[in-house]
Design a protein around this ligand. Structure first.
Ligand SMILES: [Zn+2]
Length: 447
């Protein structure tokens, strides 16, 4: 066969394939329409495909997204732009203001259209572009999407995607920093954060050292075979010099969270620091030389340096007693935890939404963001710890320990613990050095 003939044949086949897919899609859409609308779901339409006698038709997988067979529909896909509102999008698709207003009102209790965010994907589906569009679909995150029926403004629904999980393990040996080690091992920021949560700051992450080792058992989440996030963390292990820490997740009617080997909660009354992945840039010191004032001035707090915008967390449950601005302190928040303890966070770039005087905050809740307002040489939080009205060095405090799990709950916990500890102990360490050597040839200096 000549080259041109092959080309012709290929073109012909392509055409047949195309027509085939259009016909098949039309059949599938027909199926959907004969029920209620052309809305169908993935499994149902795949089943339909199997039932159709295909004959000489080529087998084609219809394009399905958000439960719609898209092949014969007019589809507009894009991301929400900055300052773009629902009306800006829908007016272009022949939807009138009255309908948009109805949708906005009806959406309040289901998925408020004012929650649409720049950068998030949306889709407009239209069967016939000479008339108004049929559906607007918004995807706030990979776990769910919202379908707004533009022909029936009271038909709005949130569809949860099916998440599959797989139990995974991770391990590593710290080379430079915990963060770098996690990245070197192909582990995510999310997993690093969850490990810190599991060990609940009982480990001083400011004193981690080269040679520290960690292990984790967790759920990896998938949607349609794609990794989407980290689910539950079942157990974590950390070794710092000769000290070993186990954190085991346990849940029953009375308890929920991570516990140590003896059944004591890992969660302490106070977090070790108000920022993750930060470093201490200046300690509590009654005779510090002030870098801006150029004179000795007591430093009654601990400075944590972190990039501008890093979330600042409340170190314990409490009530915001002050939110204000001071020439030296910049934007700051003070929290009263009990009759004895209070904490204060200085130099914030901004406050977290909804956190004001009188707000009840939870341990670990974001109250503001790192900045350098007031007297500050760079972005950091100056963290002040008040005890009986006096500022003290929180790193030297013997803070009240949490209540242990009651005696009668221990046997059940120990069963879970024993299984998890055995599993953790069986996880091997990745030879990070060797991996690095395998991936890059050994460098030799030219003589
Ligand atoms: Zn300070």
């Amino acid at each position: 066969m000549k080259k041109t003939d092959i080309k012709k044949l290929k073109r012909l086949l392509k055409k047949r394939f195309l027509y085939g897919s259009i016909i098949l899609a039309a059949i599938l859409v027909g199926f959907g329409l004969s029920q209620t609308s052309f809305l169908t779901n993935t499994t149902a339409s795949l089943q339909d495909t199997k039932q159709i006698k295909l004959g000489s038709l080529p087998i084609v997988q219809p394009t399905i997204k958000y439960g719609f067979v898209l092949d014969t529909l007019n589809v507009t896909e894009a991301n929400i732009e900055a300052n773009q509102f629902l009306a800006d999008i829908l007016l272009k698709h022949k939807i009138d203001y009255v309908t948009i207003d109805q949708i906005a009102k009806n959406s309040k209790d289901i998925y408020d259209v004012t929650k649409l965010r720049a950068g998030k994907p949306f889709m407009v589906i239209n069967q016939d572009t000479t008339t108004a569009a049929d559906y607007f679909i918004y995807e706030p995150n990979v776990y769910r999407y919202v379908i707004y029926n533009l022909k029936n403004p009271s038909d709005i629904k949130v569809v949860e995607r099916e998440v599959e999980t797989e139990v995974k393990t991770a391990s590593g040996t710290v080379e430079t920093s915990l963060w770098n080690t996690m990245v070197d091992n192909g582990l995510s920021y999310e997993l690093t954060a969850k490990m810190e949560d599991a060990l609940a700051w009982s480990i001083d992450f400011y004193h981690i050292a080269k040679g520290d080792q960690f292990k984790l058992i967790y759920d990896q989440e998938y949607i349609d075979g794609q990794k989407v996030g980290i689910g539950k963390v079942y157990a974590a292990y950390y070794k710092n010099f000769e000290n070993e820490y186990y954190a085991i997740h346990f849940e029953n009617e009375k308890h929920q969270g991570f516990f140590d080997e003896k059944g004591r909660p890992m969660k302490k009354a106070f977090l070790k620091s108000p920022v993750r992945f930060s470093r201490i840039s200046s300690r509590y010191n009654k005779r510090r030389f002030h870098p801006i004032l150029k004179r000795v001035k007591a430093h009654l707090g601990t400075d944590y340096a972190a990039p501008k915008g890093t979330p600042i967390l409340a170190v314990a449950d409490g009530v915001v007693s002050k939110r204000g601005y001071g020439k030296g302190n910049g934007n700051y928040i003070k929290i009263k935890h009990d009759d004895v303890h209070a904490t204060q966070y200085l130099h914030m770039s901004k406050f977290a939404k909804g956190v004001r005087k009188g707000t009840h905050v939870k341990q670990g809740q974001t109250i503001g963001y790192v900045g350098s307002t007031g007297l500050a040489t760079g972005p950091h939080v100056c963290f002040r710890f008040w005890k009986n009205g006096k500022q003290v060095d929180h790193l030297r405090q013997n803070l009240p320990p949490p209540d242990p799990m009651p005696e009668e709950d221990l046997p059940r916990y120990f069963e879970v613990r024993d299984v998890m500890v055995a599993k953790l102990d069986a996880i091997p360490y990745k030879e990070t050095k060797q991996l690095a050597d395998n991936s890059s040839p050994i460098k030799t200096k030219d003589p």
